[in-house]
Design a binder for this molecule. Structure first.
Ligand code: 1GP
Length: 234
């Protein structure tokens, strides 16, 4: 199944521990994909280790690239964030340019999927790392969504609230201005009810911390999202 039809994904952090039986349940949960990614402590070793463990199961696996030293082969897709609301060009196009300068000749462009990130929780690691301007009005966020779709023509617009539950109304408003660009929502989903609320307005919901904090609750989001239709909002 192409990433365009994914409704639910778990994001696993290579810097965090997960036991084999928990990982098996996550990978066999019926989720549409496992995204491997995190903001710090990412090393070649921990990415290789987690990748090998996830690869034993029949679920699509994505590497969300945050560290150029930790890119390994064998993924279904490589998601490449560009942080649209970063104040530092390094996170918008700088690292990307560096990587393409080094490896451009051998890149398989079909596997690379750029994600236009809009980071909305100023306290999260990603916001601090990338110098994101999170003091945004709703109009600013809508403009970033339009920038992603109409100007940069990005396949994904990612509303990233990592660690904090976001505003479903704002996600709904962003969804309403997107047509071809897929809307990802991630952040603070800690139960099936919140997963359903966001799945009703976003194309794809991403669940991260909950896997480590409450596995049963995390697993309960999978059937809940599968039963949820995205609202028709056009
Ligand atoms: C993080 O968007 C994901 O990149 C998920 O956020 O860890 O808060 O679920 P949580």
């Amino acid at each position: 199944m192409d990433f365009q039809s994914w409704r639910h994904a778990f994001k696993l952090d290579p810097a965090k521990e997960i036991a084999d039986d928990a990982l098996e349940r996550v990978c066999k949960s019926g989720t549409d994909a496992i995204i491997i990614g995190g903001s710090d402590g990412i090393t070649l070793d921990n990415v290789l280790d987690l990748t090998a463990r996830v690869r034993r199961f029949n679920v699509p696996v994505v590497l969300e690239v945050s560290e150029l030293e930790a890119i390994v082969p064998g993924f279904d897709y490589y998601f490449i964030p560009t942080v649209l609301n970063s104040e530092d060009p390094k996170w918008i196009k700088g690292l990307h340019h560096e990587a393409i300068r080094a490896y451009g000749d051998m890149m398989d462009w079909e596997e690379l999927v750029p994600e236009g990130y809009c980071i909305l929780n100023g306290d999260c690691k990603a916001a601090m790392l990338t110098g994101a301007d999170t003091e945004l009005t709703d109009e600013d966020v809508i403009a970033y969504a339009r920038l992603a779709e109409h100007f940069f023509r990005l396949p994904i617009f990612y509303m990233e609230y990592s660690g904090k539950y976001g505003d479903p109304q704002l996600v709904h408003e962003a969804a309403a201005v997107l047509d071809r660009t897929q809307l990802f929502y991630g952040g603070g989903i800690d139960c099936a009810v919140k997963a359903v609320e966001m799945a009703a307005v976003a194309d794809t919901v991403v669940i991260g911390n909950l896997v480590y904090e409450n596995l049963e609750q995390a697993l309960s989001t999978v059937p809940a999202v599968a039963e949820t239709a995205k609202h028709s909002i056009k």
